[in-house]
Design a protein around this ligand. Sequence first.
Ligand code: ARG
Length: 468
Amino acid sequence: MTKLWGGRFEGGTDPRFEAFNRSLPFDRRLVVEDVVGSAAWARALQKVGVLTVTEAMSLIAALAEIEVEVVRDPSLAAQSDAEDVHAFVESRLKSKVGDLARKLHTGRSRNDQVATDLRLWMKRAAAEIDAGLIEACGALVALAEPNAAMPMPGYTHLQRAQAVTVGHTLLAYVEMLARDRTRLADCVARFDACPLGSGALAGTAYAIDREALARDLGFARATRNSLDAVSDRDHVSELMFTCAVIGVHLSRLAEDWIFFATTEAGFLELSDAVATGSSLMPQKKNPDSLELLRGKAGRSIGRLTGFLATQKSLPLAYDKDLQEDKEALFDAVDTARDSLAVAAIVVKNARFRADRCRSEASKGYLNATDLADLLVEHGVSFRDAHEKAGIAVRTAIEHGIELEQLSDADRARLLPELARVSRADFAAALSVEASLARRSALGGTSPVRVAEEVEAWKKKISTWNNRS
Ligand code: ARG
């Protein structure tokens, strides 16, 4: 194995340690970024006279060839025995331009190099996650549109609480994922700074225009402190935090939908495309896609907390512990991206069952608050109204009926304030349609409000798509 650091050493490396130390098996995912960063470094070295124009040009041309080769054949890096991606790129460079390759590392360290590669990679990863968020939001809004007015039971404590619309429920997840987009953008804006030119820890000894170098690589700015720049992995934690929150959000959707798809609830029909059967029980249709979405959240949280623990108490500046950033980050990003893609497929193929949603929303005293509100309308204070409605619910439970089915005698006895309300008006006021329509203030579940929100989201998402 060609090493980048042989001179000082007399003895060989223990093969087990060598394997333990190697990062190429995973950091080869940074190969394009390493090549791009190296070309920018060659341009910067040429500007300060370390490389002649001809030297810089042949290095840059060779790096461009390497980029084409590794993109065409990813197994090139997989088969190499180099220590890490940086050694791999340098050895290929050497095979193309000979000893000139040995000049490229002037004034650079693998510490600022890997920090730069990783930030470049993260920008691409963030863009992919963002596209996944947009896709999932679009799918949820598309499903919310035809279901804007469809009632279903809403829950708190997983107990039936009040009727809501299916559309409103779906847009709740859109709110979560749209917040994740802003979290992602915040995080990218914070790490959009180029560490290259920080050297190993103390800065580079060459008069590199680091702001120009940063711009050359598409960064908004250059980092300001070399010690921090080579040891900072806040952005890795932040992106993993964003992935973990996305995982948490998808796990909440998954949990709701697993319940919605049970025979007991029956609100939702999942597509065969995202369900599996049982090898034993012929009737089973299991929501494995949703269960995995729920399960993967744990994995994402683990990646974040694991790498935070790795960073705890690390001394300045670079320490090899930091090599642990990559597997954690790659896994967190892959998991978030794949989860979003699967969530979008689940949503696009799901069907809410109007019959069940409607009938279940009209059962189980979801309109008890509406009865209290009706009493308030007739001059009763809310606290008293709450008490009276509660007694009415208890009576209805005893008779095994709904509130609107209470006998005239019971109504007269329990709700005398409503004496002038006809039976039909009483039933209408307690209907699920009336209950939903009443909640039309901003943020409420009324069909009119939800239809407006659907329109607003559609507009927003089309601007998101136009920009990306
Ligand atoms: N493979 C290393 C990493 O991922 C690259 C940086 C190595 N730096 C060093 N001083 N050994 O962190």
